[in-house]
Design a protein around this ligand. Sequence first.
Ligand code: ADP
Ligand code: MG
Length: 711
Amino acid sequence: MAIGNQSPDVPSRPRTAAVGDLAKIPVTSIDGVGGQLAARLDRLRIRSVQDLLFHLPLRYQDRTRAAPVGGLRLSQHALVIGRIEHTAVTYGRRRALLTRISDGTGALTIRLFHFSQAQQRNLRRGRWLQCFGEVRPGPATLEMIHPEYRVTDRPARPDPSAGLTPVYPITEGLTQARLRRIIDAALADHLGSVVELLPKKILLSLGYPALREALSYLHHPPATVSPEQLATGQEPVQQRLAFEELLAHHLSLRLLRERRQRLRAPVLAGDAACRAAEDFMAQVGFQPTAAQRRVVSEIGRDLERDVPMLRLVQGDVGSGKTLVAAASAVRAAATAHQTAVMAPTELLAEQHWRTFSGWLEPMQINVGWLSGQLPARERRAAQAALAAGEIDVMVGTHALFQAGVEFSRLGLVVVDEQHRFGVDQRLALRDKGQLGDHVPHQLIMTATPIPRTLAMTFYADLDVSSIDQLPPGRRPVDTVVVPESRRPEVVARVAAACADGRQAYWVCPLIDESEALDIQAATAIADALSLALPDHAVGLVHGRMRGTEKERAMQRFRNGEIDVLVATTVIEVGVDVPNASLMIIENSERLGLSQLHQLRGRVGRGAVESVCVLLYHPPLGATAQFRLAALRETSDGFEIARRDLELRGPGELLGTRQTGLQRMRVADLARDRALLPKIQAVGQRMMRGHRGAVTALVDRWVGGGEDYSNV
Ligand code: ADP
Ligand code: MG
């Protein structure tokens, strides 16, 4: 039920009920739609009349005027009218019926591979042909292969008042023509009942047309607009719908946030907690940066409330996110609550266990370790200690949240190095560690920051803190881009670094379809390096090694027993070996910008000047050039993220593959980015004053998936 924004003399109509109606009227209520067709429509996620009305064309065709043959361009879809000059069957590689027509400006050939004798007779010289299809190259003239066509005795006259022809997303067993008829029937019967959910004032202030007008226009644009214009998505009717769709997604996240805030979380407050966190930072062995302090206190304020925190900490590689997580765990421990620290890989989890133990055990905080690869006995022991409350901070991989793992008083969950962080993952995490109606606070850490407007719109269900400063004394990594052919120089460079007592990573990222082949490549490189560097130790870690083997190799690298570590991308996230000051990355032209930046962040952690060598196979494509140049020019993670956004669009950054964003019908995040700030503001107003419309909008565009109601 809509609240507000209704003039007092209008009786408050049950507006959302009307929406419910269209969403509840099944497609089978449309004439000619039976069970079989309904099943096909279902594949397009069309179940209700509302779904039909919001099933918008992918593109349009202009069949209102004939294009002169002389002006046709390749790949263009065009309507052509011409006189038949010649029809004959040819027997080339494939038998075909060729019909050449001319309209006085040029000649065009129609090629049919499947044809009947009747068709052949019909396409007689001297008659007129009207056809619509895609323009292709041909041996003699431009061609159309199996166009839609009609043969007449007089030249046909297209109807300019007919408007553009919509082309819809379809599915097997459903033709364009059939879907058009169904949608037209739905428009004729139901367009009048489509409810405007954007408040009038807001519509007016944005200068957007009404919803019914927009829908009718997009299903049947007049011929005054061109298909090319519509393809830009910039027409006001399109922007209006894109806006509404983006707004609906944004609102769904705000609803999630609101529902979460109705849950309770343990209060991790008190002087003791603050003091413990302060003590910890004072004794950690270095001076925390101002940014680290700020973020720790932002988190502290959340933890003091009985509302579950969901906070994303974004900070460049090496910005010191681990310290922030540890300070929060100290705070939890001081109020007798447990913390779970989850890392994405065994390697990283193990490293965290080491770091947390080193920092926290002196403060009488017990740190435990749980991994899928622990022997069953140790695993059981760790689980028992955890359930008995003897462990304060439990570090591990996903194994932390598997069945059988019980916390006695979980207060905080830390999830480290989350790259992709789609809505689905957020929802899944939320279920973890729930105790009755109490949920733990959650801290998520990522080295892939996303720009502010995107975060405000699509992370609307969480709070964001940024560690926007690196610890002092870090020198930017000198990045060089080197073609494959200069490999011997690179090997010499590694030898020189090792002779200086420094260590190097040689990264062989997984790029082939087959992991086995990649591992073979990494092994070959390790062998070649061993030969080239007889006085130094070369080690190898890859994804197929057993956890303990990997661990041993990493351990030896950390202890300086290995000088060069050849690795597949298992070292991508978080690994910290300050004495490693040289990194070689193979096949760098094949990796994404953020990924390269993350890898490079493994060096430059100590006091010495570090170098990152990006090996590539020429020639470099334009995108690869842009990426490698960006890496050479900047080491600022936020700037890298901005450029990555430019390259790949926001979908990749937000992890939309795992979310509903990918299924957006009208909006395109990359194209419609300029709408985001407005969506923010309108979203806020609607949450306050238009609650009925909020849920109706989410139902209309995002769907009332149980995920959203379960939180
Ligand atoms: P990331 O943000 O990539 O997770 P880490 O937490 O692994 O970064 O920190 C990188 C390195 O910097 C670690 O060796 C850590 O001990 C060190 N470090 C963290 N904060 C500071 C600081 N304020 N001053 C000096 N060194 C720091
Ligand atoms: Mg880290």
